[in-house]
Design a protein around this ligand. Structure first.
Ligand SMILES: [Zn+2]
Length: 90
């Protein structure tokens, strides 16, 4: 389906309802906008890890998306650093 439209004065764009419905995008749905070289690609947002880019088991922590594998790695590193900190203080 191709729909021709003009951008609004501030570069805004309303995606036609039929296109949104076909894509399963409800108003307020998060989307990803990507420069596709010869155009712009708009897709449903797929949560991805800020560290590895993975899309499996992604959770949001303090507004950032992180996968559980990276979260476990960070937790282990944090525990190690905390251990060093505690021992240095003795
Ligand atoms: Zn990750």
């Amino acid at each position: 389906m191709t729909v021709s439209k003009r951008l609004g004065g501030k570069g805004g764009l309303t995606i036609p309802q039929a296109v949104r419905h076909a894509a399963g995008l409800a108003p307020g749905a998060p989307i990803d906008i990507e420069d596709a070289g010869d155009g712009i690609l708009i897709r449903k947002h797929v949560p991805s890890c800020i560290f590895c880019g993975g899309t499996t088991e992604v959770v949001t922590v303090a507004g950032k998306e992180i996968c559980l594998a990276c979260a476990r790695e960070l937790a282990a590193l944090a525990a190690e650093k905390l251990e060093d900190f505690v021992h240095d203080g003795e």
